[in-house]
Structures are given as structure tokens and as C-alpha cells.
Design a protein around this ligand. Structure first.
Ligand SMILES: *Cc1c(COP(=O)(O)O)cnc(C)c1O
Length: 415
């Protein structure tokens, strides 16, 4: 019996139910993943007991010799992984990391440019109700009405009109490659800082499958560590040396207090894993699986935004299949397949009840699924959404999903 089971059966019972949900379902939310047992061990480690405000060798508390070692190791590995000049590993998560970049490099009401949220951007890229949109003027850019790809000529036009101080490339729901080179050129033309938010695709970049924005001269790159990068729930900021001081000051003491040292330790572990050759194979397999799943669904009549994917995620407009994004999400949930409802570009429906769903392959690839499983997965998904009112059919699919899930265990879960 575990300590938790013995001391707090109420929390244990909930945790156990979540273990079953993860083990017996298939996770297709493209921002989620399953960390290794080594990462789990570090997150659950005694570094959670420590306070260490400040930076390695410049702390405001005693007893730092081992925290300094683990933070320096995390920094060193991240630098190697992304070819970065400077790395701050202290941000609590992706949103505070982006906020720290703005707080460190911009003045109140400076203009930022990012992809519009309902077309694939992130809340922190200038949504009016977020810090980014309240403290800054925002000049959003858009995807093309027909191709649903980012139109770089339009980005250039908007940048020349709005004269932003900072341009953000990098998205939460965009299935195609990003033209880092042209973004860098446009930023140079208007004197803007070029920032990449690679939260979703960091693992694909680290694994050598997608281009690295630093290779095109980007100034700042932020990323979460818990998506394709397969580390603990957290984030890092990477930048050219010239931006290091204001960004470090913005993280601490600008916005945060003590770093989460147990999570820093887990980030070091995850970066170590991503530096190994196996991670390249993992990253390549994520994309192969996403493309195979996309092809199978297209054959079943699904309308995929941009027609497919270059990365780990797919976006489908469910209108022609015959349900809304919400109905699709709910029916797939009942079938043991987790996705999220999502707006599609120029969606006539509202964000809380949109036309589409977003899904991807990072988590199922971690479990070991390959192209040969994607046809079956597509069949289950199609059966679920075309029978979204029929709970018996959905329960039947869930039984089959569970059988497959049992064959591909989740790291750290033994039932
Ligand atoms: C997930 C994500 C974030 C935010 O990360 P949180 O850890 O949820 O705060 C920021 N930017 C992009 C592009 C993301 O996909």
C-alpha cells in the first residue's frame, strides 16, 4: 500500500480513477503527453521542500549547493538541445514565460503582433482579456480564407502598417510548418523583436524534425516543457545574450518568487531524454502517425483544415460529418478517445461551441502506437462522431479502445 493510499484514501481514490482513465483511454489532445517514470520521480522529489529565490550562485536563501547544480544542469542541457545562447528555466508555465518576455522587453502599450486566437494563436499572444491584450496594443494577423495557411504577404503588410515592437510566430492549433525565415525578415524590416513560441512543437524541433527558429536568427524563443517535449508541466525562455538581463529580471523578481526546484530537476531529466538518439525516432514517429491518421480520416470524408498536417496535430471541421465540435468531443470522450473542441478558421460558430475538434499524436506515440494502428483509430473516431447520440455504440467502442490501451501501458501506471 502506498503512503497516499494509507494516509489519504479520499485523494488516492480520485488519483486511482484518473490512472484508469489514462490507461484505458487514448489521449489525443495534442498539448498533452505522458512523462517517463524518471521525470515523475523528479517531480515527486524532495526538491519540493526547497526555497531558492534568485539564480544559481546568486540566491537569497542558504542551502543552495544542490539546487544550483540541478538548475545549471537543466540550463546546460536546454542550451544544447535548442542551440540557445541564454536560457531561463524558472518560468512556472507557458503563459507566465510569455508574460515575462513582454514585461522584460516591452513598455506599456507597445504594439505586439500574433496570430488571431480563433485561428490558432494563443491567449497570451494578444487576446483582449489577457495581460498581453490589456497592457499592449495588438495587431493580429490571420490565415488565408481559402488555404487556411498563414499568408506571409499579409503578415508583411500588417507589420508595415502597425510597426509592432515584437512579432510572435508559433501557435496552439496550426497544423503546418512555420516560415521562420520570412518572419525574421519582416521583423527586421520594421525593427521588431522576433519571438517564437514553440510550446506545441518543441519536441519536434528538439528531435530534428522541424526547423529551429534560432537557425533563422530569432531573438527570443519560449516553450512549455510538457507538450511534445515530454517533460514536466512548466516552461523555459531562451534568448540571445543581449536580452538575457531584462528577461531574467522580469522572471525574478519581476513576476515570480521562488522557482519550483523539483520541476527544474524534472526539466533537467526531460532535456537529458530529449538529447538521446531515441528521441529523434520518437519525434519522427509522432509526425508519421499524425499524417497516417489524417489520411485515414480524409478517406472517411473528414474535412481537415489545410488538408492534412506537417506536425503532430490535426484540426477537423465536423460540419459535414454531421455534428458540432462539442458533440464530437463528448461522443469521443464516451468512446474513450480524448480530443478537444476547437474553432476552425473563420468559424461561424462561437468559441465555446465551435465547429471543429483538434487532436494529435504525441501521447499515443509515447505509448508505442504506430501507423498500423491509425486506420483502426480513424474507424473508431468516425463511428463515434456519426453515432454521437447512441450511448450503447459509444460504450462498445470504449470497450475496444480499452483492450488496445491495455496492450500499450502508460509510463508510471500499473493497475
Ligand atoms: C500551451 C501554450 C502556451 C501556454 O502554456 P501554459 O503552460 O498552459 O500556460 C503558450 N503558448 C502556446 C503557443 C501554447 O501552445
Amino acid at each position: 500500500m502506498s503512503a497516499l493510499q494509507a494516509k489519504d484514501p479520499a485523494v488516492y481514490k480520485i488519483l486511482h480513477a484518473e490512472m484508469e482513465r489514462q490507461a484505458y483511454g487514448l489521449e489525443l489532445i495534442p498539448s498533452e503527453n505522458y512523462v517517463s517514470e524518471a521525470v515523475l520521480e523528479a517531480v515527486g522529489s524532495i526538491f519540493t521542500n526547497k526555497y531558492s529565490e534568485g539564480y544559481p550562485r546568486k540566491r537569497y536563501y542558504g542551502g543552495q549547493e544542490f539546487v544550483d547544480q540541478v538548475e545549471e544542469l537543466a540550463i546546460e542541457r536546454a542550451k544544447k538541445l535548442f542551440n540557445a545562447e541564454h536560457v531561463n528555466v524558472q518560468p512556472y508555465s507557458g503563459s507566465p514565460a510569455n508574460t515575462a518576455v513582454f514585461f522584460g522587453l516591452l513598455e506599456y502599450q507597445d504594439t505586439i503582433m500574433g496570430l488571431k486566437l480563433d485561428q490558432g494563436g494563443h491567449i497570451t499572444h494578444g487576446l483582449s482579456v489577457s495581460y498581453s491584450g490589456k497592457f499592449h496594443k495588438v495587431a493580429p494577423y490571420f490565415v488565408d480564407k481559402e488555404s487556411h495557411r498563414i499568408d506571409m504577404d499579409d503578415v508583411r503588410r500588417i507589420a508595415h502598417e502597425a510597426k509592432p515592437k515584437l512579432i510572435i510566430a508559433g501557435y496552439t492549433a496550426y497544423p503546418r510548418d512555420i516560415d521562420w525565415k520570412t518572419f525574421r525578415e519582416i521583423a527586421d524590416e520594421v525593427g521588431a523583436i522576433a519571438m517564437a513560441d514553440i510550446s506545441h512543437i518543441a519536441g519536434l524541433i528538439a528531435g530534428g524534425q522541424l526547423a529551429n527558429p534560432f537557425d533563422f536568427g530569432f531573438d527570443v524563443v519560449t516553450t512549455t516543457t510538457h507538450k511534445t517535449l515530454r517533460g514536466p508541466r512548466s516552461a523555459i525562455i531562451m534568448c540571445k545574450e543581449q536580452y538575457a538581463k531584462p528577461i531574467d529580471k522580469a522572471v525574478f523578481p519581476g513576476l515570480q518568487g521562488g522557482p519550483h526546484d523539483h520541476v527544474t530537476a524534472a526539466k533537467a531529466v526531460a532535456f537529458g531524454e530529449a538529447l538521446r538518439p531515441e528521441f529523434k525516432e520518437y519525434a519522427a514517429q509522432i509526425i508519421k502517425n499524425a499524417q497516417a491518421l489524417g489520411e485515414s480520416l480524409s478517406k472517411l470524408g473528414w474535412k481537415l483544415i489545410t488538408g492534412g498536417t506537417d506536425n503532430h496535430l490535426l484540426l477537423a471541421d465536423m460540419t459535414d460529418v454531421g455534428c458540432t465540435g462539442m458533440e464530437a468531443e463528448e461522443s469521443l470522450d464516451k468512446a474513450g478517445i480524448t480530443v478537444n473542441k476547437n474553432t476552425v478558421p473563420y468559424d461561424p460558430r462561437k468559441p465555446f461551441d465551435p465547429s471543429g475538434i483538434r487532436f494529435g499524436t504525441p501521447a499515443i506515440t509515447t505509448r508505442g502506437l504506430t501507423e498500423e494502428h491509425m486506420e483502426q483509430l480513424a474507424q473508431w473516431m468516425h463511428k463515434a462522431v456519426t453515432n454521437w447520440k447512441d450511448d450503447a455504440v459509444l460504450a462498445g467502442i470504449h470497450e475496444e479502445v480499452k483492450e488496445l490501451g491495455k496492450k500499450f501501458p502508460v509510463p508510471g501506471i500499473s493497475l
